[in-house]
Design a protein around this ligand. Structure first.
Ligand code: ADP
Length: 182
């Protein structure tokens, strides 16, 4: 499934993000940037130790704030860069989670553009261990990317959401249909 925005597109794929070639792969990291489970674990596993070595050099004092991102090279992954984005932990919705989630996507795309990336892949940030409800997160993720592609002058032409399981894919499919119809 694909949505066109001028010369740009947003598409959805079900699968493992470490297997999909892109210029920049976005990771759903934690603010310590020390690796973890889920997609973070898979990206470090597939990318190799050079990612963590670079993170150890660039890790901001006190960690990477929620809603922001840092970039490293991609090691053995089929990409040039990995963008480590920190989404919010779901705490019921009254703690600015929506703005922070949107900000994690926008910050990632700004970094991708700084690196002149044309194709960027995203996982579903915050909807695993961080507990963000899928039906709320999917429209926010898609809207954030859509707004960036529509409004920003950037190198990014193609955004692919690589969604690990059927349920996540379905939620994004519904949200993309709603965005298309809006
Ligand atoms: P968070 O802590 O931001 O919630 P998680 O990694 O726990 O991050 O989950 C985010 C999403 O990434 C979930 O939908 C999870 O199923 C998915 N995921 C896990 N492994 C992969 C992978 N290899 N490729 C793409 N998505 C993945």
């Amino acid at each position: 499934m694909e949505l066109k925005i001028g010369e740009c597109s947003i598409s959805l794929l079900q699968g493992d993000i470490t297997r999909v070639p892109a210029d920049a792969i976005v990771n759903a990291a934690n603010s310590e940037l020390r690796g973890g489970g889920g997609v973070d674990g898979a990206i470090h596993q597939a990318g190799g130790p050079s990612l963590m070595m670079e993170l150890n050099r660039i890790r901001p004092h006190g960690g990477c704030p929620t809603g922001s991102a840092v970039v490293t090279k991609a090691g053995a992954l089929p990409a040039k860069y990995v963008i480590h984005a920190v989404g919010p932990v779901w705490r019921g919705g009254g703690y600015d989670e929506a703005r922070l989630l949107s900000s994690a996507y926008a910050a990632s795309l700004r970094l991708a553009s700084e690196k002149k990336a044309a194709k960027v892949s995203f996982p579903s940030i915050s909807t695993g261990a961080y507990g963000y409800p899928l039906d709320k997160a999917a429209p926010i993720a898609l809207r954030a990317v859509y707004s960036f592609l529509r409004d920003a002058k950037s190198s990014v032409r193609e955004v692919v959401f690589v969604l690990f399981d059927r349920q996540t894919y379905r939620a994004y499919e519904d949200a993309l249909e709603a965005l298309e119809g809006a």
